[in-house]
Design a protein around this ligand. Structure first.
Ligand SMILES: Nc1nc2c(ncn2[C@@H]2O[C@H](COP(=O)(O)OP(=O)(O)O)[C@@H](O)[C@H]2O)c(=O)[nH]1
Ligand SMILES: [Mg+2]
Ligand SMILES: [Zn+2]
Length: 330
């Protein structure tokens, strides 16, 4: 009975049938022979799954019918049956998605009530920021920091293109917020970054053109990720990465390249969670009146920013995030 052949396609087809009731447990297949794999990319319903056993190999798989509409995303640990390493065109089947430790939520806008998950099971969110071309986008950085913290993942900043412009300003600004900043360019040493990444799964987040794929290709020399700037108007250069892709740096270290991401949904965040992304403003709020909306001139952050103008752009960013939450409720 412990044989992969026992779980062929017909098993799955015949299951729920016309009755909506769930199959009785004795009728359910047991997946004792399933192998656990890591979803490394998704392409129109086809998944590439990395297996550690019975050998290190990437295979293709589809979702078993039983899984229904359950989402499978990059970073998911899944149970796979029907593995035929000799004939890779024989798609394996994902029969179970193991419980996620966490996931990074993205959605088109904050009012979308159902958030979509981008990647699962990540320890670190690396916000990739070009020192120029394109210019740093502080609001996107703030949103990503908050999204990372909501997912219980550590945010870090990777400053790229330091050959074009120095990363000193970025470093000063974010290190003051306890966010590590690592600087790289196309030819710089990656030793410091490798040290930070070691033993973790890290997702690279940032808009198109900041150098994510270029960096991945250096970290994983046989990655062959496509690089280049996508022109939004003409679509030229559209050969760049279009879906998330996990790559193995070493035995216990994974890095996930993603396509350009412009925003994160924070629909489920609270004011307190947003404030966690602004440790530099947090101190001032101890002087706020009870129930302060932080939105008007009576807010103590405003008084603090009057003393220290460096806080003004931070207050602005904080308030924009707060008002995007209000739009959800209103
Ligand atoms: N000058 C300079 N250009 C870079 C650097 N890193 C990437 N680029 C260029 O920036 C463009 C976008 O890089 P890519 O890796 O595709 O960015 P992605 O969209 O974030 O994946 C490409 O033309 C790269 O050659 C860097 O450190 N210095
Ligand atoms: Mg890319
Ligand atoms: Zn306040």
């Amino acid at each position: 009975m412990n044989n992969l052949q026992d779980y062929d396609e017909d098993d799955f087809r015949s299951r729920p049938g016309k009755h909506k009731s769930r199959p009785r447990s004795k009728d359910r297949p047991k997946f004792e022979n399933a192998e656990t794999g890591l979803v490394i990319t998704v392409d129109r319903g086809r998944f590439t799954v990395h297996l550690a056993k019975p050998e290190e190999i990437d295979i293709y798989a589809v979702k078993a019918r039983e899984l229904g509409r359950k989402g499978v995303i990059v970073g998911d640990l899944v149970e796979v049956v029907g593995i035929d390493t000799k004939n890779p065109e024989n798609m394996a089947r994902i029969v179970k998605v193991n419980e996620r430790k966490n996931s990074l939520q993205k959605s088109a806008d904050d009012s979308e009530s159902i958030e979509r998950s981008l990647v699962a099971n990540i320890e670190m969110v690396a916000i990739v920021v070009a020192t120029s071309e394109p210019e740093p986008n502080p609001r996107l950085i703030d949103r990503t920091v908050i999204a990372a913290r909501l997912a219980n993942a550590q945010p870090i900043i990777i400053a790229t293109k330091t050959d074009v412009e120095s990363s000193q300003k970025l470093s000063e600004m974010y290190q003051a917020l306890d966010i590590p900043v690592v600087s790289v360019n196309k030819t710089s040493s990656l030793a410091e970054l490798l040290d930070i990444l070691d033993g973790k799964t890290t997702v690279l987040i940032g808009p198109s053109g900041v150098g994510k794929s270029t960096l991945v290709n250096r970290l994983v020399p046989d990655a062959h990720r496509r690089t280049g700037v996508v022109n939004d108007v003409t679509g030229q250069g559209k050969h760049t990465s279009t879906s998330a892709f996990a790559l193995k740096v070493n035995k216990s270290t994974w890095i996930i390249d993603t396509p350009g991401i412009r925003s994160f949904g924070l629909a489920h965040a609270t004011v307190e969670e947003i404030l966690e992304g602004f440790p530099d403003l947090m101190q001032a709020t101890t002087l706020c009146q009870k129930g302060c909306s932080h939105q008007d001139t009576s807010c103590a952050i405003e008084a603090a920013a009057f003393e220290n103008p460096a806080l003004l752009p931070r207050l602005d960013s904080f308030r924009r995030l707060l008002s995007s939450l209000e739009n959800v409720d209103g």
